[in-house]
Design a binder for this molecule. Structure first.
Ligand SMILES: C[C@@H](C(=O)O)C(=O)SCCNC(=O)CCNC(=O)[C@H](O)C(C)(C)COP(=O)(O)OP(=O)(O)OC[C@H]1O[C@@H](n2cnc3c(N)ncnc32)[C@H](O)[C@@H]1OP(=O)(O)O
Length: 257
């Protein structure tokens, strides 16, 4: 199995299972990820976590052995479209997607991390857009994502110098949202971070993700506002809202007089 799926209280986790090759993104692995995402999107969950197996790599990039068979402009463009289409499934996934970097995210692996809404990492993890070193540019939407996340100068610096950032440095730059403390087991760190989201109702997390996606794609303001009203009205009228109001007023379970 190339992509394993586990469930835990409002959280679905997809794990890239190719640790022996440092979770290098082969065509089969990317296809398996796309299939898993399609089969998962309608499930009842607050958040999706994507991680790599093992502790060396989240994903070491495109599978350099396999991709070396691609030699023409047309075949390269086709590969770019096919792989990007799978990463788009993460960008438009109906609930927030958290990349949990158990290890390094390099090249296409960094693009995969950027396709997620949030990134958290083990202390030893590194992130690097190494494409320039291989005399290629980004291919799967990671370039635009990086410029949106870091601004022009920092993104160009990372790409142009093929710099590798340590997790603490990436955290400082805002590329990572959280980094595990020294000695903190990675699973416990991920669980603790994710718990802050999984306490929310799946509907509310879908609403927040819709707004996040609108922001990512630069949706016109009118469209973003229409989305906001649609989701707000639906969540407002939902029983979960009134139960939460009662609980916050300390009236949970009391009979109304
Ligand atoms: C194509 C492009 C794109 O954007 O599309 C990119 O991704 S450009 C970026 C491409 N990525 C990279 O340049 C990073 C390449 N990988 C690494 O730097 C390293 O493997 C680390 C990720 C730091 C892990 O180092 P570590 O010492 O733990 O493992 P290692 O280097 O011995 O690798 C273990 C096994 O995984 C394989 N392996 C590692 N990365 C691979 C990759 N990207 N494609 C295909 N195989 C890969 C190695 O050949 C080796 O296979 P055997 O055990 O059979 O010998």
């Amino acid at each position: 199995m190339l992509v394993a799926k586990t469930h835990k209280s409002g959280v679905v986790t997809l794990t890239l299972c190719r640790a022996a090759k440092r979770n290098a993104l082969s065509g089969a692995l990317i296809e398996a990820l796309g299939t898993r995402l399609d089969a998962t999107r309608d499930e009842d969950m607050a958040v999706l976590v994507v991680r790599g197996d093992g502790d060396r790599a989240f994903a070491s990039g495109g599978d350099l052995d396999e991709l070396s068979a691609i030699r023409t402009v047309e075949a390269a463009a086709d590969m770019s479209h096919r792989f990007r289409a799978v990463l788009e499934k993460l960008r438009s996934f109906p609930v927030p997607v958290i990349a949990a970097l158990n290890g390094d995210a390099f090249g296409g692996g960094a693009e995969l991390a950027m396709a997620c809404d949030l990134r958290i990492a083990a202390g030893h993890a590194r992130i690097g857009f190494l494409q320039g070193k291989l005399a290629i540019s980004t291919a799967w939407g990671g370039g635009p994502d990086l410029f949106a996340a870091l601004g022009i100068s920092r993104a160009l610096r990372l790409l142009g110098r093929a710099e590798i950032l340590s997790a603490p440095c990436a955290r400082e730059w805002g590329l990572l949202d959280a980094v595990a403390d020294d000695g903190q087991p990675f699973e416990a760190f991920v669980d603790a971070y994710v718990a802050g989201f999984s306490e929310r109702t799946p509907d509310v997390m879908r609403a927040f993700k819709a707004l996040a996606h609108a922001a990512r794609i630069g949706a016109p303001r009118d469209a973003a506002l229409a989305l906001e009203t649609k989701h707000f009205a639906r969540t407002w009228a939902d029983d979960a809202h009134w139960a939460a109001v009662e609980a916050s007023l300390g009236r949970a379970g009391k009979v109304q007089e």
